[in-house]
Design a protein. Structure first.
Length: 427
């Protein structure tokens, strides 16, 4: 970031206060920062704060004073190595999406010859509104880079997506972009996505598999929990480590990753990944099905419950009898259901954790669920399966070609699996 010239657009959102930290991080990284504020932004943070931190006067109007001196939006657009609009309100998204040029920031946006990064911030329902989704899609189609809003508590008191990406995450996106050798000449090449259903991703490392750049990847990971009553559930020993490692490697390779995760203590493996948190098998199916049609690659690594209680008690079940029975019913088979809907241009990878007749069971799953690969591991192999930081796998493709791998760390296994997908796309 040293010597990079960054235009920072700040708009009318309560999260505008985070712009101060972002300016500090940029300046600390030895970037030159010029802040452009909308009128609404000044209700949330003062120009004095940002001018002090950036060591430059903040610009907000076309004309500085009655002398006729004006802030040349064309020159600003030519000066910058990147334009970052953070936070970007719903109003600003609409302005940019439809070319409404009624303030300095929108004029700078329309004049910019540099890459544009847009970090939306708004309340949950605003972020999910079809108008916002459409505007984000339009901005994506123009070659802009959308840094997806994050999940958390919002100013309204609601909890969900809409929070401005943390300044540290925005910095990671920018640093990844410039470290990969990108420049203003690459605008429109697209390391982006975005609607609330997908995400902006930093540029891939130089040595990443090119076929994965901008591919949309759906990954399921972790266990599911099937409620018995308000305090008890049925689950398994999955930690989510394998799926999270795969998600990270795909994201580092430039793919646009949506991670549908069951309950796990793992942190987000990469700031560019969109994580959708679910609990039950039903929720995991519904979240996956909603993303499935847009995905180019599907990796189903979650340990999904095959059965769920037929009836969930409204209150905690008290201990009475010496025995207790729970009537179970089948859950939706996510792999089989999505596999039956798979398009010819989609690739799907499933997992089979077996304890006996491993190869026969894996082959049956491979074909019955219409998978392109099945990843087999056995609980009989030391260091493989749930809870370990290592795994030992055998991959079988739909032509029944087999790839055997030695015991490796799950990060190394993830690299092997992603490389298999990349090679398939290169053919």
């Amino acid at each position: 970031m040293k010597g990079k010239r960054i235009l920072l657009g700040v708009t009318g959102s309560i999260s505008a206060y985070k712009a101060a930290l972002l300016v500090r991080l940029l300046v600390k990284a030895e970037a030159e920062v010029q802040v452009v504020m909308t009128e609404a932004a000044q209700m949330f943070i003062t120009p004095l704060t940002l001018s002090t931190l950036s060591k430059r006067p903040v610009l907000s109007t076309f004309v500085n004073d009655n002398s006729g001196n004006w802030n040349n939006h064309v020159e600003l657009g030519l000066w910058a190595d990147a334009l970052v609009i953070a936070p970007a309100s719903a109003h600003t998204l609409a302005r940019c999406a439809y070319g409404l040029c009624d303030d300095l920031l929108s004029a700078v946006y329309l004049s910019a010859k540099c890459p544009v990064f847009i970090a939306p911030a708004m309340d949950l329902d605003m972020y999910r509104h079809p108008t916002t989704v459409e505007n984000l899609h339009r901005l994506e189609s123009f070659g802009n880079h959308i840094i997806q809003a994050e999940h958390g508590e919002l100013a309204s008191g609601l909890v969900g997506e809409g929070r401005l990406a943390e300044p540290e995450h925005i910095m990671q996106v920018l640093e990844g972009f410039f470290e990969a050798g990108n420049s203003r000449e690459l605008q429109g090449v697209g390391i982006v996505n975005s609607s609330p259903g997908s995400l902006q991703f930093p540029a891939a490392p130089r040595n990443s598999p090119a076929p994965l750049q901008n591919k949309r990847v759906l990954i399921t990971a972790g266990p599911t929990q099937e409620a018995i009553d308000p305090v008890r559930y049925i689950s398994n020993h999955s930690t989510g480590k394998m799926g999270y490692a795969i998600a990270r490697v795909f994201a580092e390779a430039g793919a646009q990753v949506s991670l549908v995760s069951g309950p796990t203590a793992l942190p987000l493996p990469h700031p560019a990944i969109r994580r959708v948190e679910v609990r039950s098998a039903k929720e995991m199916y519904e979240a996956s099905e909603a993303i499935f049609n847009e995905a180019d690659i599907i990796v189903l690594s979650a340990a999904v419950a095959d059965y769920t209680p037929l009836h969930v008690a409204e209150h905690k079940i008290k201990k009475k009898e010496s025995t207790f029975s729970i009537e179970l019913t089948k859950t939706t088979d996510i792999a089989a259901t999505l596999g039956s809907q798979k398009h010819p241009d989609q690739l799907m990878m499933g997992f089979a954790l077996e304890t006996n007749d491993e190869l026969a069971n894996a082959l049956k799953k491979l074909h019955s669920k219409n998978l392109d690969w099945i990843v087999l591991n056995s609980l009989r192999d030391p260091g493989a399966g749930f809870g370990h930081d290592t795994n030992k796998i055998t991959v079988i493709d739909k032509d029944e070609q087999t790839y055997e791998f030695a015991l490796k760390t799950k990060d190394e296994v993830a690299q092997d699996l992603v490389s298999l997908v990349a090679r398939k796309l290169s053919v």
